[in-house]
Ligand binder design. Sequence first.
Ligand SMILES: O=P(O)(O)OP(=O)(O)OP(=O)(O)OC[C@H]1O[C@@H](n2cnc3c(O)ncnc32)[C@H](O)[C@@H]1O
Ligand SMILES: [Mg+2]
Length: 216
Amino acid sequence: MKTIVIATKNSGKVKEFAHAFAKLGVDVKSLLDYPDIPDIPEDGSTFVENAKIKAKAAADILNVPVLADDSGLTVEALDGAPGVYSARYSGEGATDERNNSKLITELTALGASMNEELSDGTQLLSAAQFRCALALYDPASAEFIVAEGNVDGVIADRPHGDGGFGYDPYFYVPALGCSMAELTKEEKGRISHRGEALRKLIPIVEQLLQDSALEK
Ligand SMILES: O=P(O)(O)OP(=O)(O)OP(=O)(O)OC[C@H]1O[C@@H](n2cnc3c(O)ncnc32)[C@H](O)[C@@H]1O
Ligand SMILES: [Mg+2]
């Protein structure tokens, strides 16, 4: 079995990558499997910079090609926040729950509204986008390959669904009439920022796999 290492400690991302790569017969490992690797500072100013930082840091330690994902939510009524700060939006020790609660509190305090409500009374607060940058770094060639994806949605004032992770329960997708957390992994992958970026990168990962660079 071929293996690809993803430089992430986010178990939600790991599950989505594992689902996508399983279809290619590729096993996924993450930084959760390498607890001795120290935390990688994400001090870039863009998703692409942070994805490159994470991929290179892990690849230099493990000496195999590594894929990294930097992603987040940009909200129109918040001038694009939380953006690259999505994971630490609610400060030190941030959790998905606290980040979501801060998001809704901030939007409510601003009086943000799209003047639209769903049949269950849910108010739609602001247009938003999920963005994802993937970086694949191969220490043998010292080269990066980068791919990006995004998906449009709307922030709802209350959560729906218990799938996905992070901001998914509050991210309503008008085209599908449900939140991102109400989709299966397969459905989410078809429309998501991560799915779009991954589809661009998969041919390159497959090429690397053929070259056996990822054989462990
Ligand atoms: O850096 P790693 O270890 O990969 O894990 P992380 O959770 O810190 O990941 P990021 O730095 O890329 O921050 C991404 C933030 O955006 C959120 N996010 C990213 N993709 C998402 C998705 O598909 N659905 C919901 N929230 C998402 C996620 O919950 C984090 O708060
Ligand atoms: Mg992070």
